[in-house]
Design a binder for this molecule. Structure first.
Ligand SMILES: NC(=O)c1ccc[n+]([C@@H]2O[C@H](COP(=O)([O-])OP(=O)(O)OC[C@H]3O[C@@H](n4cnc5c(N)ncnc54)[C@H](OP(=O)(O)O)[C@@H]3O)[C@@H](O)[C@H]2O)c1
Length: 277
């Protein structure tokens, strides 16, 4: 495993396991399989409704809590009551601290929620606090008018949505770049068939998925691929035993389409849509 030192000194694994859309026994099995395969970072969210299943999967694995790096997110519908939401997440996950807590979306009263997270962080219930789906202007504003600088911004990032512009601001503010949908969420499978990706897979005796994940981590991006298949779970973990050359990194960088699939949180359409989520 490779680690990234966050702006508050906490060491975070560069690769973790995503749990969006997983629930019940499928989620428990996947989390237990991921821990068995070596994953130590698990990403969940209040909004996924699966924190309990994640907690059960962890309990089943028998792993020592101190070895894990648990990430969860407060839903924007809970922003007026962030403390209660975090306390519920702690119960659901069967733990007394969370490694990284994120504001899930920049909708509704995220200032109130951030200030509550700052307090929980000061109290030691959370080791690091960050945001997700924040555009650079929202991120810079949050940093300018609050005390604690977010440690990460978790944003959709993959071969077709590399976020070079956003990354400039993240680097400037020492906020780590964490990718969601690093494999395109199953919606952009053309990326597995890109000739450059296939050629590199052949050269390094790796799969296309491994090339796509390696490309991101080599750019300093934390990735959290999700899978319910044990073979994919193991495959996605085996990306730290080879390195792409600078020329190969440039080849893949050139495939950026600068398009997000989930959407740009700054559009009024998405904000209105959030009322129905
Ligand atoms: N902050 C946010 O707003 C936000 C939004 C979305 C997601 N997330 C987080 O980011 C995590 C990752 O994103 P995601 O789950 O949306 O999408 P993803 O990890 O990019 O893609 C998951 C899909 O890829 C497939 N897959 C996984 N490994 C594969 C492999 N080696 N070869 C071929 N296919 C493979 C999976 O199918 P199989 O199960 O068949 O392997 C699944 O259909 C989430 O689980 C969640 O924790 C956060």
């Amino acid at each position: 495993m490779e680690y990234l030192k966050l702006n508050n000194g906490v060491q975070m694994p560069m690769l973790g396991f995503g749990t969006f859309l997983l629930s019940g026994e499928v989620c428990e099995n996947a989390v237990a399989a991921a821990i068995d395969a070596g994953y130590r970072l698990i990403d969940t969210a209040e909004a996924y409704g699966n924190e309990e299943a994640v907690g059960n999967g962890i309990a089943r694995s028998g792993i020592d809590r101190k070895e894990l790096f648990l990430v969860t997110k407060v839903n924007y519908k809970s922003y007026e009551n962030a403390r209660a939401a975090v306390e519920q997440s702690l119960k659901n996950l069967q733990t007394d601290y969370i490694d990284l807590l994120l504001l899930h979306w920049p909708f509704a009263n995220y200032y109130a929620a951030w200030r509550e997270l700052e307090k929980l962080y000061a109290e030691g219930k959370i080791r690091a606090i960050g945001v997700s789906n924040f555009e650079p202007a929202q991120l810079v504003d949050l940093i300018a008018y609050n005390k604690v600088v977010p440690v990460v911004d978790q944003i959709e990032t993959n071969l077709y949505c590399q976020r070079a512009e956003e990354r400039k601001w993240l680097d400037k503010k020492a906020v780590a770049h964490m990718a969601y949908a690093p494999l395109g969420q199953g919606n952009r499978n053309e990326m597995y068939a890109e000739p450059a990706v296939c050629a590199l897979a052949g050269k390094y005796h790796k799969t296309a998925a491994q090339i796509l994940l390696r490309f991101l981590t080599q750019k300093g991006v934390i990735v959290i691929p999700r899978s319910t298949k044990p073979e994919h779970i193991r495959e996605n973990f085996a990306i730290f035993d080879f390195a792409l050359t600078d020329e190969e990194m440039a080849q893949l960088a050139a495939l950026d389409q600068k398009t997000a699939f989930v959407g740009n949180p700054n559009t009024p359409e998405l904000v209105e849509m959030s009322l129905t989520w």
